[in-house]
Design a protein around this ligand. Structure first.
Ligand SMILES: Cc1cc2nc3c(=O)[nH]c(=O)nc-3n(C[C@H](O)[C@H](O)[C@H](O)COP(=O)(O)O)c2cc1C
Length: 544
């Protein structure tokens, strides 16, 4: 079967693009999927490697804890090990990712139904799904957090379900633990702001349906993969927005054993029915909130078919504690939604950027809003409240800063809080928020609260006390000429005005830097005064 014409790359073409860009590492030596694979890739998130230097890893020689060999390769990090990899999947420069999301959401494109789908090259059903090294047991699904997880778990999923009332499909990235060669347990978050697939589950229950059709896609075109973790309003079909991202309709095909449509270029589609009556224990599993999710009842799914391409590749997301592929993929998707909400829905144009803090906190707990210097205080509070309550499970701690503060630099955030906020006026604690996605049990009714902090400058301040940029730059050239260790400039690395500064001081500093300090001495001698207490402020323009 040949893939119908399309304006977007499928996963294998995307891997080719990553290889060409030097962003794919191929590992041909045997790797145990149960104990070695994820820990190996984890090193690039905890080994002091800069985000820009992270790569995708393609494992071509997979074995498992029993010594079995698999002929299907596994790729980790191919969708979002870092922003560059994500941007290659998007077909947009890093700076245009936000714009691309905005345009796709504003201009969705309906998918196109095809009959000749590559994902149906091989169809496995019935008895062929049953037994050792058959069905799911023949797929090299890795254990994500060896030492804690109780099962190989699908992580890079696009789980398709359908609203039984409206007929609109949903696609979410939900984990699913392997339980038997024809059974897995899917976890859809039931909290406020959780999984839309869970709303479909409830709708099926209300109609008295004992089962809900479900299709789990593994490995689809990046434009479609990006939709899984994206938070779109319920009722929006992610495949339409994927078409907007791809710049043309996504090819979809009717599944073989369930009444659902799946992306035609999927590598693998696991079809089946989720039980809406019985639940089965699932986890422990190392979660994206950075703690191990303990065992809980989730949704068993009986598998009715596994359809696949002839030589598929299986993606797996590295998740657990942030940073991870899971946090990069969500961050790049969620930040544009927050900025759009504050700027366009609430009309707070002075907001320049929204940053969801990533390392360890995992995006959900700390939100930084970057605003224009001089934005009215009332607008800053509107932005803080807007960011804190846009999503029920995001924004427990919100901080407003000016544009010179790098929200990814916790030292800079502390600096802003320390020098630009007066806690009694600039910090508010607001009661009543849900626990959100986290290690606390989400359904025991325990409430959390919200911390809002205005760490913006309330008036002009003296410059940052570092040499101005040209002096730092010319010294850097000397540093390099001397062959000293390579520099990685940490912002802020040069001094700049923070509003309280005068041209006369610029002139004096220029004279001093050019060796003419004696001229400055002659000027200050003329400005001598009698009878003032030392440390009385002096303004060269005669002001106070
Ligand atoms: C790697 C990864 C794993 C995830 N696992 C789950 C999960 O098991 N259950 C869940 O409800 N959400 C999970 N999420 C978050 C959802 O994908 C996200 O909330 C998304 O918006 C769900 O789509 P929906 O809004 O259509 O339900 C995961 C996200 C990523 C990136």
């Amino acid at each position: 079967m040949s893939a119908p014409p399309r304006p977007y790359r499928d996963l294998r073409e995307h891997l080719g693009a990553l290889r060409d860009a030097g962003l794919l590492i191929t590992v041909d030596r045997p790797i145990d999927k149960d104990s070695e694979l994820h820990p190996l890739v984890r090193w690039q998130f905890v080994g002091g490697i800069a985000e820009a230097d992270r790569k995708a890893f393609l494992f071509t020689n997979i074995v498992d804890g029993l010594g079995r060999k698999y002929d299907i390769p596994v790729v980790v990090g191919a969708i979002a090990a870092n922003r560059e990899i994500y941007s290659i999947g998007m077909g947009a420069g890093i700076a245009d990712i936000q714009g691309k999301w905005d345009r796709a959401i504003a201009h969705p494109v309906k998918p196109r139904v095809v009959t000749d789908a590559p994902c149906h090259e091989i169809v496995i059903q019935g008895a062929d799904l049953l037994g050792e090294f058959k069905g799911l047991d023949a797929l090299p699904i890795p254990v994500s957090t060896p030492g804690f997880d109780s099962a190989p778990t699908l992580t890079a999923t696009n789980v398709i379900t359908k609203d039984p009332v409206t007929g609109v499909q949903n696609m979410g990235t939900y984990r699913a633990a392997l339980k038997a060669s024809d059974r897995l347990v899917v976890r859809m978050a039931t909290r406020v702001g959780g999984a839309d697939g869970y709303q479909h589950y409830l709708a099926h229950q209300q109609r008295g349906d004992k089962e809900m059709p479900c299709a789990i896609v593994l490995g689809c075109p990046p434009a479609v993969a990006f939709m899984g973790p994206q938070k779109l309003p319920a009722g929006v079909d992610e495949l339409d927005v994927a078409g907007g991202l791809a710049g043309g309709p996504i090819n979809i095909a009717r599944c073989k054993t369930v009444d659902l449509m799946a992306p035609a270029e999927s590598e693998i589609v696991i079809e089946g029915y989720i039980d809406t009556q019985y639940v089965e224990p699932e986890a422990p599993f190392g979660e994206s909130h950075g703690h191990v999710a303990l065992e809980e009842y989730n949704m068993p799914m009986r598998v009715t078919a596994i359809t696949r391409r002839r030589n598929p590749v299986i993606p797996s997301y590295i998740s657990q504690v942030a940073p991870s592929e899971s946090s990069v993929i969500k961050r790049v998707a969620y930040e544009p939604l927050f900025l759009d909400h504050l700027r366009n829905t609430l009309g707070i144009k002075g907001v320049k950027r929204v940053s969801l803090h990533e390392p360890l906190t995992g995006l959900l707990r700390v939100t930084t809003i970057v605003v224009d210097q001089g934005m009215p205080r009332t607008e800053i509070w509107r932005a803080l409240y807007g960011a804190a309550f846009f999503k029920g499970d995001c924004g427990k701690i919100c901080i407003a800063v000016n544009e010179d503060i790098d929200p990814d630099n916790a030292d800079a955030l502390f600096w802003a809080l320390a020098y630009r906020s007066n806690p009694i006026k600039d910090i508010r604690v607001v009661e009543s928020r849900g626990q959100g996605h986290g290690p606390q049990r989400e359904h025991e009714g325990a409430e959390d609260s919200t911390l809002l902090m205005d760490a913006t400058m309330k008036s002009g301040m003296p410059p940052l006390a570092l040499p101005k940029k040209p002096y730092m730059e010319s010294s850097k050239r000397i540093w390099e000429e001397l062959g000293l260790p390579a520099l990685r400039p940490q912002s802020p690395w040069f001094g700049y005005s923070l509003g309280d500064w005068m041209p006369q001081w610029d002139a004096a500093a220029e004279r001093a830097a050019a060796g003419h300090y004696l001229e400055n001495g002659r000027i200050s001698a003329r400005q001598k005064r009698k009878g003032l207490k030392p440390e009385t402020k002096f303004r060269p323009d005669g002001g106070e």
